[in-house]
Design a protein around this ligand. Structure first.
Ligand code: NI
Length: 351
């Protein structure tokens, strides 16, 4: 019956997805998307909560049989990207972002996630009497930043009703119809890296009169390459330290006062994350000290590791194989992107 109902709802899922794709909204501005979702869930007879943790929407389906509480999550936000693909449902939406006018696009596929979860709600609502337990549908804002999972958790979405397990999915380019799943650490923790190197300004023709933050900053960039290659046990889990911006100076003959290095750090475990952050801090400050400069290291808190509960993953594998065929189920590789689904998993077992 599930299969039959899924087939029946599928054309609607495609239509919703195309409509959402044509009307993407940036994080915490998902007003149209949230209204569409809320109206759909109400139409199915679900208990609906709106404006949860910002623009989030929660739908609660109480099944006809006793059982556990399972949450299913979809993220709703688009990205400040101009769509360059010529499709009848391509986005022409523009918006303000960081003080600039930008195109907006569902460039990460969250339009799919919303449409799939709307379809799932319709299928399960149609067979409510046979559903054991309760299903909580979480439509989350701002996964791409500043994060919508945490504010939804603070608003109590895992507490009322008390969620026993949570599931999410992300579309990915690859063989259509295949499913990738992995137990344990799966997507990286991300930390923003910001280093201000302070020296002392001097004439470019008289470097001995100051402390050069550009040479010192360059040494720090090179020394940071040893964090992963010399400090971390890479046989356990990989890690990444990237410096992506180096800003310093305004003129060819002035050595400036300071240089700013900006980058990102990716790790796959709590302990590993602490080790990497400590090594970055130690190397940056002490290389600067060796030059008579100083380095102020700021590490922005990013999303934690997305770690799938091993037991729950093993238990779900059979269901996934029954749904798509064992030959279409693969073990996912480690992904160095990060996801705020991780916050839900820090509270309840999740896959
Ligand atoms: Ni995404």
């Amino acid at each position: 019956e599930l299969d039959r109902r899924v087939l029946e709802v599928n054309p609607k899922v495609v239509a919703w997805r195309r409509d959402l794709h044509e009307h993407p909204e940036l994080g915490m501005q998902e007003f149209r998307t949230a209204a569409l979702v809320a109206a759909h869930l109400r139409g199915l007879g679900l208990e609906v909560r709106e404006k949860v943790g910002g623009t989030g929407v929660v739908g609660i389906l109480r099944g006809g049989k006793p059982g556990k509480v399972v949450a299913l999550r979809a993220d709703m936000d688009g990205l400040p990207v101009t769509e360059q693909v010529d499709l009848p449902f391509r986005s022409r939406v523009r918006a303000q972002w960081n003080g600039q006018e930008v195109g907006v696009m569902h460039a990460c596929g969250h339009d799919n996630h919303v449409a799939i979860l709307m379809g799932t709600a319709e299928v399960l609502a149609g067979m409510r009497a046979q559903v054991p337990g309760t299903v909580v549908f979480l439509f989350q804002p701002a996964e791409e930043g500043p994060g919508g999972a945490e504010p939804m958790i603070r608003a109590g979405v895992l507490d009322d009703p008390k969620v026993d397990a949570i599931f999410g999915l992300h579309v990915w380019p690859g063989p259509a119809g295949d499913v990738m799943v992995r137990g344990g650490p799966t997507m990286a923790a991300g930390n923003g890296l910001n280093i201000i190197v302070r020296g002392r300004q001097t004439h470019g023709a008289a470097p001995w009169g100051g402390v050069d933050p550009i040479v010192t900053g360059a040494q720090i960039v090179l020394a940071l390459q040893t964090v992963v290659s010399r400090n971390i046990n890479i046989t356990r889990l990989p890690a990444i330290v990237t410096v992506a911006q180096f800003n310093a100076g305004i003129r060819s003959n002035i050595i400036p006062d300071s240089a700013v290095l900006v980058g990102t750090i990716r790790t796959f475990g709590r302990e590993q994350r602490a080790e990497v952050l400590a090594a970055v801090e130690r190397i940056a400050t002490q290389v600067a000290a060796s030059a008579g400069a100083t380095a102020e290291v700021r590490l922005d808190a990013g999303y934690p590791v997305t770690a799938n509960d091993e037991a729950l993953t093993a238990r779900m594998r059979g269901s996934i194989e029954r749904a798509v065929g064992a030959e279409h189920v693969q073990v996912a590789p480690l992904i160095t992107g990060s996801e705020d689904f991780s916050y839900f998993q820090e509270r309840v077992p999740g896959v």
